[in-house]
Ligand binder design. Structure first.
Ligand SMILES: [Mn+2]
Length: 320
C-alpha cells in the first residue's frame, strides 16, 4: 500500500492524466476528481475527469472554469473507486488493468492499481486530496477548496456521520479559509430537493415496515415508484439514509429494484451493528455505518432474505 508522499511523487512526474470517478457519481468522487484535475492543471499538466454517468446538474459548479482539452492519457488515476467494476462497463473495458494510481478511503478497496493509496480513516476521499495540496506544492484557491469541501460534506452527511473526525473539521476550517463557501454548498447539497425527489420520498416512506422490536426498518424503492415519481438516479442516492432516521432503528434497509427481479440493497447501521459485516452475508461490503449488496428475487423474497441476515447479525451482536 502506498503513502500520500508516494502518491504525490508519482503525480509530480505524471503527464496527461485522466481521472476516473465511480458510477452514479456522488459528491465525493466528483469533488475529489475535479479538485485533483484543477490541481494538476495548476501544475501545468493536462488533466481531465471521466465518468460513466453524467453527473447531476447540482454538481455543475465543481467543473466551472476547468480547462477542457482533448488528449490521450499517459496516466490514469481513480478517485473514490473501491473496485474496478465500479467504474462502469465502458470505463472498465477501456481502462481496466491499466490504472496507475488509486486514491480511495474505502476499507473494502481491492488494490487494483499499480500504486494504491488507501486511507480508510479518511471520512472522504476528498480529505486525501486536501492532503496532496502541500505535497504537490499547489496553492489552494476557492474553486479547489469548494470541490474538496463538497466531497467531505456529502460523504459525511454534512458532518453528521460518525466517520467525521476532529481532523475532518480542521480540514473543513482550512478549506473555508481558502474560500470554500460552506453555507452555500451545504444548502445546495442538503436543503434543496427536486419535486421528483419529494415524490419518490413520499412513496418510499409509505412502504416502510418495522421488524425485530422496531430496531430494523425496511423500505422499498420499486421501479413502479420510480416511474410514478419521475425520479432520476440523482433523486435516489440519498434515500437509503431514511429508514435509519427513525428513532430506535439500528438497521435501516432499503430494497431498490434495479431491474425486474434484481435488487440493490443499501444498509445503514448504528453501532454495535456493522453494515459491512451484515452485507458480507450476501457477498456485499461497505463501511461500518453504510453497506450494500445485491439480491435477486421478488420484493417479498428479497425482503425475507434481508430480514434473515439482519436477524443473524442482531444475534451475533447480542441484540436479540
Ligand atoms: Mn467517498
Amino acid at each position: 500500500m502506498a503513502t500520500a508522499k508516494q502518491a504525490a511523487d508519482f503525480l509530480k512526474n505524471a503527464r496527461d492524466v485522466y481521472i476516473l470517478s465511480h458510477v452514479y457519481p456522488d459528491g465525493d468522487t466528483l469533488g475529489s476528481a475535479f479538485a485533483l484535475c484543477r490541481m494538476l492543471q495548476k501544475m501545468g499538466k493536462r488533466a481531465k475527469v471521466l465518468c460513466e454517468h453524467t453527473p447531476s446538474p447540482r454538481y455543475a459548479f465543481l467543473q466551472e472554469g476547468i480547462l477542457e482539452e482533448d488528449f490521450s492519457p499517459e496516466t490514469v488515476v481513480c478517485v473514490d473507486v473501491a473496485d474496478e467494476s465500479l467504474l462502469g462497463s465502458r470505463l472498465q473495458s477501456r481502462f481496466g488493468g491499466k490504472i496507475h494510481l488509486c486514491i480511495d478511503h474505502h476499507a473494502s478497496n481491492v488494490e487494483y492499481a499499480g500504486l494504491n493509496w488507501i486511507d480508510s480513516r479518511a471520512a472522504a476521499t476528498a480529505e486525501m486530496i486536501w492532503e496532496l495540496l502541500p505535497l504537490l506544492e499547489v496553492q489552494g484557491d476557492p474553486q479547489i477548496a469548494a470541490c474538496i469541501f463538497t466531497g467531505i460534506t456529502t460523504d459525511t452527511g454534512c458532518f453528521r456521520y460518525s466517520s467525521t473526525t476532529p481532523r475532518t473539521y480542521r480540514i473543513a476550517a482550512d478549506l473555508m479559509e481558502q474560500g470554500a463557501k460552506a453555507g452555500e454548498i451545504n444548502r445546495a447539497m442538503f436543503d434543496t430537493k427536486t419535486r421528483s425527489l419529494m415524490e419518490i420520498e413520499r412513496r418510499a416512506t409509505d412502504s416502510m415496515e418495522f421488524f425485530y422490536e422496531d430496531r430494523c426498518a425496511v423500505m422499498a424503492v420499486t421501479l413502479e415508484m420510480i416511474r410514478l415519481s419521475g425520479a432520476g438516479e440523482d433523486d435516489l442516492e440519498g434515500l437509503p439514509a431514511i429508514p435509519r432516521q427513525v428513532e430506535g432503528v439500528l438497521a435501516g434497509v432499503t430494497l431498490r429494484e434495479k431491474k425486474p427481479g434484481e435488487f440493490k440493497i443499501s444498509v445503514r447501521a448504528q453501532a454495535p451493528l456493522n453494515a459491512a459485516e451484515l452485507c458480507a452475508i450476501y457477498g456485499g461490503g461497505g463501511h461500518d455505518t453504510a453497506g450494500g449488496c445485491s439480491l435477486s428475487g421478488s420484493l417479498q423474497q428479497v425482503r425475507e432474505k434481508m430480514l434473515e441476515a439482519v436477524g443473524r447479525h442482531f444475534r451475533e451482536k447480542g441484540i436479540l
